[in-house]
Design a protein around this ligand. Structure first.
Ligand SMILES: Nc1ncnc2c1ncn2[C@@H]1O[C@H](COP(=O)(O)OP(=O)(O)OP(=O)(O)O)[C@@H](O)[C@H]1O
Length: 664
């Protein structure tokens, strides 16, 4: 991301005359007069211009590219152009009649896009400040685009500060645009106008616009990584004896399967698997093929493009383990689970609804693949139960399962719980220090509940633990090796948290791409009968009670409820009913919030009156043992009215043993 505006980058138009005189002196003697303060970035740039023999009498930048050449350049910079299109369009509108233009340049200073005031654009074209023209400092002397690119920071160049005569009636502010993945400079954003339009704010505008472009780039990047992983996850999860490394279209490593490090080591390939590992040869060219010569150790038939609808989104590098012959790339054999089969770790998760089946299928698929998994869902939907399922069905099932909730601890406590501490690290620290949860999860799974609540600085330490496989206990200088699988959970939208800068983007990439949404109970009401039966059986056993029968009316109420607390709430309700009710659990045994008033959706006073009426009618009918003439008389209403009311409230008059009413 662009840094904040450093000191000394603003021009002082009131010094313009003196700076022009200093420039003339500089051209004569190759040095500045002692009494004029030319700002350091300008002074240094003039000296570079002299060294590069830039012609100070230049009246304009070199001739622009032809239309075809410019188009080819723009194709190369498609990603940057797409990310900046909305802000350039806005600049066009906002800068109308301000005398200012906005320019986007590539990393060499070649202008690739322009927007803003039309009249100013016409005047800018006279000095070739336009798409297709190069504004490299070595060609055009001191200028905001070229100088910002050389310095890698924002800079304002006003009037006489420009090195070449023909540009001295312009004022320009520019900053660099960096690639959010690794911070390398992608290009520059410039705001320019004739010198009378000078404003200090132009530089602020350039910096904020560049930041918006960087954010857009990061969002695009996140979305395409998401797609790439979605497309490759089945292959990465498959239990095959080969190393699989997934690379994005720019040649950055996205993921490795479990055998990746072993396959590299077995073949003596020296490639460290870290978050920013890059194989430049795997950067894809325009036609979706690797753009550079492959390293000697990499035969072309190890490469498999990952495609969607004809577009190549990345590359899967498949490294056969030396003992086995390489398999045909065309015939991958992903491990398939038998339909309906539920792996051991997931056996205690109940539910056959389509939504639950989809979540379970994905969890079983990811369990076999050593990637972090993010579980997304409301409270009580079963995130921890899923995490355990993934652990007990995964490769580390023999190791420990360690859970910690990031939302329930203060920052300090969470830090020491996660990373542990050395003896004497702080007052009250235990003698001998303490092992943290990450170390405790070594060889197994760490379940980080509510990861979205983790403070930003701890997120960096967690990322390091994931990427480098080492942690430092608080107060210790030597790292400790840790190897664990991360399963994280959150109820938050982590993309939004990243956008709001409350969650680190690199950690998001690491954990959120392989995510599973666990649907809330209200989206899978079909599961409630099965779940209710399962919970009642378990609780009856636990409390040494006979298994009670659940009245259909009560079940219907359970199915109609919205369950803000999801399965946990259902569990608590049923346990309470079991302990307080008899051998048949009816609607009367339901807690108040699930009684008819809560499931009748009318709500408010009207709803409550109706509920009261319904209850009076029910009692009268039951007391009369479903003799409706007698019940109507007891209620003081006509029998026909009673019929209408019974229909309205969904009661029908078939009496069960004991004369109870049931819902229609
Ligand atoms: N599909 C299911 N089948 C059986 N039991 C379930 C299921 N889903 C959840 N449970 C049970 O519901 C209770 C709550 O589940 P769990 O603690 O996993 O939820 P959670 O999403 O992690 O909750 P929180 O967000 O509050 O931490 C547990 O007792 C769990 O065993």
């Amino acid at each position: 991301m662009s840094s904040l505006i450093p000191k000394g980058v603003f021009s002082c138009p009131e010094d313009d005359q003196r700076i022009r005189a200093a420039w003339q002196h500089f051209l004569r003697s190759a040095d500045l007069p002692g009494d004029v303060a030319v700002r350091p970035p300008v002074d240094q740039s003039w000296r570079r211009c002299l060294d590069s023999r830039v012609d100070p009498g230049l009246r304009q930048a070199p001739e622009p590219l032809t239309e075809a050449q410019l188009q080819a350049l723009r194709d190369r910079y498609r990603r940057l152009l797409d990310a900046s299109a909305p802000v350039m369009a806005m600049a066009h509108e906002l800068m109308a009649q301000t005398g200012n233009i906005m320019l986007l340049a590539d990393s060499e200073g070649m202008v690739i896009e322009a927007g803003g005031d039309y009249a100013a654009r016409d005047r800018a074209e006279r000095i070739h400040l336009m798409p297709g023209s190069p504004w490299d400092e070595r060609l055009c002397g001191t200028n905001a685009i070229g100088t910002a690119l050389l310095l890698g920071q924002p800079v304002q160049i006003h009037a006489a500060e420009h090195f070449c005569e023909g540009i001295k009636h312009w004022t320009c502010s520019a900053t660099v645009i960096r690639d959010p993945r690794d911070g390398h400079v992608l290009g520059a954003l410039d705001v320019s106008g004739e010198s009378r339009s000078f404003s200090r704010h132009s530089l602020a505008l350039a910096v904020t616009t560049a930041q918006r472009i960087e954010s857009a780039l990061a969002r695009h990047e996140m979305a395409s990584r998401y797609r790439l992983l979605e497309l490759s996850v089945e292959q990465l999860a498959a239990q095959r004896d080969e190393g699989l490394l997934l690379f994005d279209p720019h040649g950055f490593l996205v993921r490795s399967n479990l055998h990746g490090p072993a396959a590299l080591a077995a073949r003596g390939i020296d490639l460290e698997l870290r978050g920013n590992t890059r194989l430049p040869a795997l950067a894809l060219g325009l036609e979706g093929r690797p753009s550079g010569p492959l390293p000697g150790w990499l035969p072309v038939d190890w490469l498999q493009p990952v495609q969607s609808r004809g577009e190549v989104l990345g590359t899967l590098l498949r490294i056969p383990l030396p003992s086995r012959p390489a398999r045909s790339l065309a015939a991958p054999h992903p491990r398939k689970s038998v339909p309906g089969e539920r792996e051991a770790g997931f056996a205690r998760l109940v539910g056959n609804s389509a939504a639950m089946a989809a979540a379970l299928r994905k969890a079983q698929q990811l369990a076999g693949c050593n990637v972090p998994v993010l579980l997304h869902g409301e409270t009580g939907v079963g995130k921890e139960a899923f995490a355990q399922g993934i652990h007990y069905s995964g490769v580390g099932r023999e190791g420990p399962f360690v859970a910690i909730n990031c939302g329930s601890l203060s920052r300090e406590l969470l830090a020491s719980e996660l990373f542990g501490y050395a003896e004497g690290a702080f007052t009250g620290a235990r003698r001998g220090g303490m092992k943290g949860k990450i170390e405790a999860a070594h060889g197994g799974t760490l379940f980080l509940d509510e990861i979205g609540e983790m403070p930003l600085d701890l997120q960096s330490h967690l990322l390091r633990a994931l990427e480098e496989g080492e942690i430092y206990r608080l107060g210790e200088c030597a790292p400790r090796r840790v190897e664990f699988r991360l399963v994280a959970a959150t109820h938050r939208d982590l993309r939004e948290e990243v956008a709001q800068r409350r969650f680190r983007q690199d950690l998001f990439y690491r954990v959120a791409v392989t995510s599973i949404r666990i649907p809330p109970l209200r989206e899978r009401r079909d599961d409630i009968p099965l779940l209710a039966g399962h919970i009642l059986r378990r609780q009856a056993e636990r409390h040494g009670r006979a298994l009670p029968e659940l009245d259909p009316e009560a079940l219907q109420a359970l199915m109609a409820h919205d369950w803000p607390g999801n399965v946990r709430e259902l569990h608590n309700v049923l346990e309470g009913m079991l302990l307080l009710g008899g051998c048949r659990l009816s609607r009367d045994d339901l807690p108040d919030e699930l009684r008819p008033s809560a499931w009748a959706e009318t709500g408010g006073v009207e709803g409550q009156l109706e509920e009261a009426e319904r209850e009076v009618i029910r009692q009268a009918v039951e007391r009369s043992r479903v003799n409706l003439t007698q019940a109507a008389r007891a209620l003081g209403i006509a029998k026909s009215t009673l019929y209408l009311r019974l229909r309205k409230y969904g009661m029908f008059r078939t009496a069960e043993a004991g004369g109870r009413l049931r819902l229609d």
